[in-house]
Each structure stands twice: as C-alpha cells, then as structure tokens.
Design a protein around this ligand. Structure first.
Ligand SMILES: [Zn+2]
Length: 137
C-alpha cells in the first residue's frame, strides 16, 4: 500500500521561545527546552518551566525516536493540506521527551498505536518549514 504523504511545506510563525525547536526540524533534530531544576523537559516550549517556574536551563536534542500514542487519518484537509489527503496526524511520545503532535508517513495498513517511528530530515530550508514529520522504523 502507498505510504501516506508528508505534510506540505508551510510558513509557520514560531514564537521566539519555539525557534530552537523549529530550527532543529530543519536539520532533522528534535530539540526540547529543559529545566535542570526538575530534570525534565518543558513542553510546549516556554521561557520558564511550567512546574517550578524557573527559567529554562537550555535545550536538549532527543534521539528523534518515539512511538505513536494516537493517530487519525485526515481525508480532507484544508488550505495547504487540501491537496495531499489522506495524511496522518499523530501524537508521538518521544523517547526521553514529551508527547508531541506530528505527521507520520507510512502505509495506512502499517499504522498502529505503539508503532515505533523516527523523525524525518526535511533539509529544505529554502522552501520553508513544516512541523515534525515521522516515518516508521
Ligand atoms: Zn522546573
């Protein structure tokens, strides 16, 4: 079966505290803000920890691996997504990190909760950015 397509390239407008995350996606890295006081990630990206309210200590690059927590197949997208359906919108629990929303490229028959996935390297900064895109591993 044909794999579902990746999200189209769009022009997200990240908030300043999200820029390291989106910059990481351009080189195929998943970067998350980290609080050394809690020894835990801060998600969504913020300037301060949402638990202890201290300033974020820095950013950590995760392995890019994770597993599908939940997903749905979108058959009729809107705007930039209208021409690509069906595509997959999924919550992915990252190894050592948060559960984030992303896109999974995979044959629909292979999709399942618990499926192991890895980040795809978009490497196309000239054409714009897109959210996290995963594929099966
Ligand atoms: Zn904290």
């Amino acid at each position: 079966m044909t794999p579902t397509p990746p999200w189209p390239v769009t022009e997200p407008t990240p908030q300043p505290e999200e820029e390291p995350f989106y910059d990481g996606l351009l080189v195929g890295e998943l970067r998350v803000p980290w609080c050394d006081n809690c020894d835990e990630h801060v998600w969504r990206p913020k300037s301060h920890c949402t638990v202890c309210y201290r300033a974020v200590s820095g950013w950590r690059t995760l392995s890019g691996m994770g597993e599908v927590y939940s997903y749905c197949v979108i058959h009729r997208g809107v705007e930039a997504f209208a021409a690509i359906g069906p595509y997959v919108l999924a919550w992915v629990s990252l190894d050592g990190g948060p559960t984030i929303l992303g896109n999974v490229i995979a044959p629909q028959d292979d999709l399942r909760i618990g499926m192991r996935v890895r980040i795809v390297e978009p490497r196309d900064p000239e054409r714009g950015q897109r959210g996290p895109v995963f594929t099966g591993c």
